[in-house]
Design a protein around this ligand. Structure first.
Ligand code: ADP
Length: 437
C-alpha cells in the first residue's frame, strides 16, 4: 500500500514542480497547459491499462497477465502473487482430497458419505459391493431408498448411533454386515459397513457348542439327580458317616442343573434374533405370581411389598418377562439379609413403563455395577454360590430386556440396598381402557 502511495507521489510531484517552474518563466497559461497535458497523458495511460485488465479478465490465465507500468505494475504484481497463492492452496486441497479418497477407497471396510438429508455424496468400492450401490446412479439418492431393510430404516430414524447394527443383505442373505453411522459436521453422516460373516460363523459355532454341551449334560444330570432322590427315599439306608457327602452331592447336582438350564436359556435367547411376539401381557397378574414365588423363596425371612398401576400392561413375550422379572426378585431376596424389605413397583415414568425391585440388602460397590450383566460376573463368588446363584441371571435379564427394546437401570449403595429397574419404551406400553372399570 505504501509503495502505491509513493508511486503516485513520485509521478505527480515532478509534474507539479515543472508547472511551478514554468509559471514565472512562460506564464500561467503554459503552466496550466502543461498540467492539463500531463493529466490527460496520465488518464490515457490509466485507461490503457484498465482496458488491458478488462480484456485479461475475460480469460484470466496467469501467464497472460499484463505487466503494466507505473502503479499498474504494482497492481498486476500483487494480483499475480495472490492468484499464485490461491492456485497453490487449491492444488494442495485438491491433492489432499484425492489422497483422502484414495485412502478411503483402499479401506477394506465400506465408507459412504451422507449429506444432511441422508443422501449419498460419495462411497468407496467396498461399500458399492457390500450395499449394492452404483455411484453413477445412486449419488444424490437418499440412503434409505437403497438400503431398505427395516432394521436399517429404524436405525437411521432413531438418531441413536452409539452402537452398530447387524444386517443381512437382501441380495445375499448369507452375508452379515455390521453397519454404524457416525454423525459429523452439520448433520452429515459417515456410514461404515464391515463384512462380519466369518466372525458371525465363529459366534454361531460358539453358541451351538454351548447349547449342545448343555443339552448333552442334561440327561446324565437328570439320571444322577434321579438316583440321589431314590437314595433319599431309602432314608435310613444311607450310612450316617456318608450323609454329609450325600448332601454335598445333592447340592452340587442341583447347582449343575441350574447352570445347564441357565446356559440353555441364554443360548436360546442369543440365537433368537427375531423380536418377541406382540402379545399383550397382563402385568398385574404376572406380578401377583412373582409375589407368590418370592414369598416362597424368602420363606418369611423378608417383608415383600407390591406397588403397581393396575391399568398398565405390556406388549411382549410373557415367559421371557416372567423369567427376567423373576431373576430380579430372586436376586433381591438372595442378597438381602433376613429382616430386610423388598418392594416390587410397576408404574409409568414419563412415557416409559418401569418395573423395579428395591431391596434393603448388601448393596453393590460402584465399580462392579457396569459389569454385573457380564456372564459369570459376581461381586462375591462364594456368596453367589452359597445362595444358589449361577452368575448368569443378570445376563439373561439384559438379553430379554434388549429384545424388548428395554433398558436395565441399576442404583445401589453399599450397606443400604439396591434398585434394579427395567425401563420399557412407550411403544411397548398399553394403558388399559378405564371406562367401565
Ligand atoms: P448370581 O447368580 O451370582 O446371582 P446374577 O447375574 O444374577 O448372578 O448377578 C450377578 C451379581 O450381581 C451377583 O453375583 C451379585 O454379586 C450381584 N447382585 C445381583 N443382584 C443383587 C442385589 N439385589 N443386591 C446385591 N448384589 C446383587
Amino acid at each position: 500500500m505504501h509503495e502505491f502511495r509513493w508511486r503516485l507521489l513520485w509521478l505527480s510531484i515532478p509534474t507539479l514542480l515543472l508547472c511551478l517552474l514554468l509559471w514565472p518563466l512562460l506564464g500561467l497559461e503554459y503552466a496550466f497547459g502543461t498540467l492539463a497535458f500531463a493529466a490527460i497523458a496520465y488518464l490515457i495511460a490509466h485507461f490503457y491499462w484498465l482496458e488491458k485488465f478488462a480484456l485479461w479478465l475475460k480469460q484470466p490465465e496467469l501467464a497472460a497477465m499484463p505487466i503494466g507500468s507505473g502503479i499498474w505494475e504494482d497492481v498486476f504484481a500483487a494480483l499475480y502473487q495472490e492468484i499464485r497463492r490461491q492456485t497453490s492452496s487449491h492444488t494442495e486441497l485438491t491433492s489432499a482430497l484425492e489422497r483422502f479418497q484414495h485412502a478411503a477407497s483402499a479401506l477394506p471396510d465400506g465408507v459412504v458419505l451422507l449429506n444432511n438429508n441422508d443422501q449419498i455424496e460419495w462411497c468407496n468400492p467396498p461399500a458399492e459391493i457390500q450395499l449394492g450401490l452404483n455411484p453413477a446412479q445412486d449419488t444424490g439418492q437418499p440412503i434409505g431408498y437403497l438400503v431398505r431393510q427395516t432394521e436399517f430404516t429404524s436405525y437411521l430414524q432413531a438418531q441413536d448411533y452409539a452402537e452398530p447394527i447387524k444386517l443381512n443383505t437382501l441380495r445375499n442373505p448369507d452375508i452379515t454386515l455390521e453397519i454404524q453411522l457416525i454423525p459429523f459436521g452439520d448433520k452429515q453422516k459417515l456410514l461404515l459397513c464391515r463384512d462380519i460373516t466369518p466372525m458371525e460363523k465363529i459366534e454361531t459355532m460358539r453358541r451351538d457348542f454351548i447349547a449342545n454341551v448343555s443339552h448333552e449334560l442334561r440327561t446324565p444330570l437328570t439320571v444322577v439327580g434321579g438316583f440321589l432322590e431314590t437314595m433319599e427315599d431309602m432314608g435310613s439306608g444311607i450310612p450316617e458317616n456318608m450323609r454329609q457327602y450325600y448332601k454335598l452331592m445333592q447340592e452340587q447336582t442341583l447347582r449343575m442343573r441350574r447352570l445347564v438350564e441357565d446356559l440353555l436359556t441364554l443360548s436360546q435367547l442369543e440365537s433368537n434374533r427375531t423380536t418377541p411376539q406382540e402379545i399383550e401381557i397382563d402385568v398385574p397378574s404376572l406380578l401377583g405370581m412373582l409375589m407368590t414365588e418370592g414369598e416362597s423363596l424368602s420363606s418369611g425371612r423378608h417383608s415383600l411389598k407390591l406397588e403397581m398401576d393396575k391399568n398398565l400392561n405390556l406388549n411382549g413375550a410373557a415367559e421371557e418377562l416372567h423369567s427376567a422379572f423373576g431373576n430380579l426378585v430372586s436376586n433381591a431376596i438372595r442378597y438381602t439379609p433376613e429382616g430386610g424389605d423388598i418392594t416390587l413397583k410397576w408404574s409409568m415414568r414419563g412415557d416409559n413403563a418401569v418395573f423395579s425391585v428395591t431391596d434393603t440388602g448388601l448393596g453393590i460397590e460402584p465399580e462392579h455395577i457396569s459389569r454385573l450383566t457380564e456372564r459369570f460376573y459376581r461381586v462375591d463368588r462364594s456368596r453367589s454360590r452359597s445362595t444358589g446363584g449361577t452368575g448368569l441371571g443378570l445376563s439373561i435379564v439384559k438379553h430379554i430386556l434388549t429384545r424388548h427394546q428395554a433398558k436395565l437401570e441399576i442404583q445401589s449403595e453399599i450397606g443400604k440396598g439396591s434398585t434394579f429397574g427395567a425401563v420399557f419404551p412407550a411403544a411397548r406400553v398399553i394403558r388399559k381402557n378405564l371406562i367401565g372399570t
